[in-house]
Write a protein that binds this ligand. Structure first.
Ligand code: NAD
Length: 460
């Protein structure tokens, strides 16, 4: 289909029931350009809002999100099939990210640098209009990680949610207005990637692009931004390793491993989709893994006890299924509902050929491959034998080894004896083809500002 043949409305589907829940108008090029013009006009006013007032408005936005948390969470359950437990966390995360960056306008310090003949100071200037392109897998947090620091630094934002999951982003824009953010400061434009997303890249008044999505599209965005030397942050795919050493707390490592890959039905850029287990404990680990996988509660995402929901769409279901070719050995498969909905059972593969597609490509579904390794060097060799480098886990009781391996894995976010990847107060991003730049944490403002140096002569 060419971009001129794309429908001007999009039917948003509940992936657990396949029912159409809403029809959303898709912005075309003219509407995108008009929104960018409004954002450009709003920038002059927004950058001049005093730091304390900008902080107050962001805190009010956070409070509005907090008050609407349950509604936002329910929207995500029906739009993205997220479990209600996850969706509540995600709405809370959007609030927390806004609260965290609400402190930034009053702390956007420059420096005073000693020089001869005067004083030298630096300013962190906002960039202008920031275009944010969001994927469907975590619509709320990923929108917030971009828009909160961008707004805090004094930029205005145009944000394109994924075609499949626009509802929570649209609600966030309503909440921003209700909280008192001026018109045009944050606009959400549902639309197609090759129309609205691409326009953010090509439009000269969009001064920065934040893209989260596939590595394939990320490369196209980076190439497009290069035309205008436009700064870009890229959060892309992953094929992360969960490395389990023989001295680890095996029971805990095995009990938690399914959640590190099957959470959000495996549609998580940080999914630990390769479990590397030291050879001498492989059998024991697989035996401990079995009840954890079979016990995973897959089903209606609106129930609090549910641990895994459906995949996002029929097309994505077909893509995930395409990895389970005849030559792939399924060691273990959990249960998933029959009937309506894009259900896929949690699946453990072993043994696996290191060169197979399922071991090298991002499946983005509830499929994990288990492979043995001999020693530390072998674990690092396998873990790093990928173009991706987003996250990973290391299980061992040996602190020295934990640190050696953590320093050796080529990835941006590692956890030891845990699977935590994301905290709003710590930096997040990928090595190699998993991305460019960092989001979250104390330094995210740098990605939304330019440093300006000013020298003031004190000569008479
Ligand atoms: P995708 O690349 O297909 O789409 C992502 C977004 O880009 C969507 O909004 C889409 O409409 C838009 N888009 C598509 N083509 C475009 C174009 N030519 N120009 C501009 N925009 C365009 O990815 P997806 O399938 O929505 O998301 C899954 C991918 O996202 C996975 O690879 C996953 O690992 C990655 N991801 C990465 C992170 C991270 O932080 N590193 C987080 C979540 C998801």
């Amino acid at each position: 289909m060419t971009t001129t043949e794309l429908a001007d409305h999009f039917e948003v589907v509940n992936p657990a029931t396949e029912e159409v829940i809403e029809t959303v108008a898709m912005a075309g090029l003219a509407e995108t350009d008009a929104a960018i013009a409004r954002a450009k006009a709003a920038f002059e006013g927004w950058r001049r809002v005093s730091p304390a007032d900008r902080a107050r408005l962001l805190r009010a936005f956070a409070a509005a999100v907090d008050a609407d948390r349950e509604h936002l969470a329910q929207l995500e359950v029906t739009n993205a099939g997220h479990t209600i437990g996850n969706a509540r966390w995600e709405a809370g995360n959007a609030r927390d990210v806004l609260d965290y960056y609400a402190a930034a306008p009053e702390r956007l310090f420059g420096r005073q640098i000693p020089v001869a003949g005067g004083i030298d100071v630096t300013f962190q200037e906002p960039l202008g209009v920031v275009g944010i392109i969001v994927p469907w897998n975590f619509p709320m947090p990923i929108a917030a990680w971009g828009l909160a620091p961008a707004l805090a630094a004094g930029n205005t934002v145009v944000l394109k949610p994924a075609e499949l999951t626009p509802l929570t982003a649209l609600r966030l824009a309503e909440l921003a207005l209700a909280a008192g953010l001026p018109e045009g400061v944050l606009q959400v434009l549902p639309g197609y990637g090759p129309v609205v997303g691409r326009r953010f890249v090509t439009h000269p008044d969009v001064r920065k692009v934040v893209f989260t999505g596939s590595t394939r599209v990320g490369k196209e965005i980076a190439a497009g931004c290069a035309e205008q030397v436009k700064p870009v942050t890229l959060e892309l795919g992953g094929k992360s390793a969960n490395i389990v050493f023989a001295d680890a707390d095996l029971a805990k490592a095995a009990a938690t491993a399914p959640y590190a890959v099957f959470d959000n039905a495996g549609q998580d850029c940080c999914a630990r989709s390769r479990i590397l287990v030291q050879q001498e404990v492989l059998e024991e680990f697989l035996a401990l893994l079995e009840p954890a996988v079979l016990g995973l509660k897959v089903g209606d995402p609106s129930l609090v006890e549910t641990e895994m929901g459906p995949l996002i769409s029929a097309a994505h279901h077909a893509r995930v299924a395409s990895y389970l070719t005849d030559d792939v050995s399924i060691h273990l498969q959990g249960k998933a509902p029959d009937g309506k909905g894009f259900w896929f059972p949690p699946t453990v593969l072993a043994p696996v050929d290191e060169r197979s597609r399922v071991f090298t490509e991002e499946v983005f579904g509830p499929v994990v491959a288990v492979l043995p390794f001999t020693d530390e060097a072998d674990a690092l060799r396998i873990a790093n034998a990928t173009e991706y480098g987003l996250s990973g886990s290391i299980w061992t009781r040996d602190l020295g080894r934990a640190l050696r391996v953590a320093r050796g894995v080529e990835a941006g976010n590692l956890s030891v004896n845990s699977h935590s990847s994301v905290r709003y107060s710590t930096p997040f991003g990928g090595f190699k083809q998993s991305g460019l730049g960092r989001e979250l944490g104390p330094d995210a403002l740098n990605a939304f500002t330019e440093t300006k140096n000013v020298f003031i002569s004190t000569e008479e």
